[in-house]
Design a protein around this ligand. Structure first.
Ligand SMILES: C[S@@+](CC[C@H](N)C(=O)[O-])C[C@H]1O[C@@H](n2cnc3c(N)ncnc32)[C@H](O)[C@@H]1O
Length: 250
């Protein structure tokens, strides 16, 4: 299962994820009646947008983090109109998914690179997607945050691999092998500049270094975040986005 997240800080940060969410949603063709799985829904920003785009449809918000799902439910606490059409599931995307129905579409933003085995991930998603159903996603791809990882690599010896940043070609091949058709994948640099040093450190701590920090004693974590931020060649997170769309063979 995924590590836990600081959902409150996550939601306060200036997230490029908002933009990635909007453009991923724009690639989903909806009539408004579908059931959509938000895979790695986090604190539910895109879950709300999906529910609003589905006046007669439903959303299943799935995530491995209890804290993220608690924040998602809090976000929807004053929206009973949307809450009624939402199912929340805590589950691991690395394992067969405990859904009781097949969905019309799978939507995912900034999550797939947290799943080490993409063959298993795509098989798990295909199993809950109806034949002909759509998959649209965004995640970190090959070369993502290479400058940040180079800095971490200088500070940590024997660091285990954290993210499987895949290429567009290998992702297309894995999707095809998992039973998807009309596969389109792309890899695009999307560097994000964060000039405020406090925000940069918070961003690194909350979004990027979570798994690395868990391997350190608590009293060394703040120093590690400072060390990474100070050593970056410029205050830029060198994101490279892997995006894709496909349909489950019908
Ligand atoms: C960067 S957040 C993205 C959240 C949201 N989609 C957004 O764009 O703000 C990544 C999310 O993936 C979830 N996640 C990571 N590994 C997972 C796994 N194996 N199973 C389920 N969820 C996972 C995390 O808990 C986290 O909420």
């Amino acid at each position: 299962m995924a590590h836990e997240w600081d959902a409150t800080t996550y939601d306060r940060l200036p997230l490029p994820h908002e933009r990635w969410g909007r453009r991923t949603l724009a690639r989903l063709a909806l009539t408004g009646t579908e059931t959509v799985l938000d895979a790695g829904a986090g604190t539910g920003r895109d879950t709300v947008a999906l529910l609003e785009a589905l006046p007669d449809g439903r959303v299943i918000a799935l995530d491995g983090s209890e804290a993220m799902l608690a924040a998602l439910l809090e976000r929807l606490s004053d929206r009973p109109d949307l809450r009624d059409r939402l199912t929340v599931v805590r589950a691991d995307l690395s394992a067969p998914l405990p859904l009781t129905e097949q969905v019309d579409a799978v939507f995912s933003v900034a999550t797939f690179h947290w799943i080490p085995d993409h063959e298993a991930l795509f098989a798990n998603l295909a199993a809950v997607l109806r034949p002909g159903g759509q998959l649209v996603f965004d995640c970190g791809g090959h070369g993502n945050i290479a400058a940040v990882e180079a800095v971490i690599g200088k500070l940590v010896t024997d660091r285990p691999a954290v993210w499987p940043f895949a290429t567009a070609q290998e992702t297309a091949a894995r999707l095809t092998a998992a039973g998807f058709v009309d596969v389109v994948t792309s890899l695009d640099p999307d560097p994000t500049r964060i000039d405020d040093p406090d925000v940069l450190r918070s961003f690194l701590e909350t979004i990027i270094l979570g798994a690395d920090l868990l391997r350190l004693p608590e009293d060394e974590r703040a120093g590690f975040v400072h060390a990474v931020a100070e050593r970056l060649p410029e205050p830029v997170i060198d994101y490279v986005r892997l995006t894709g769309s496909a349909r489950r063979a019908g």
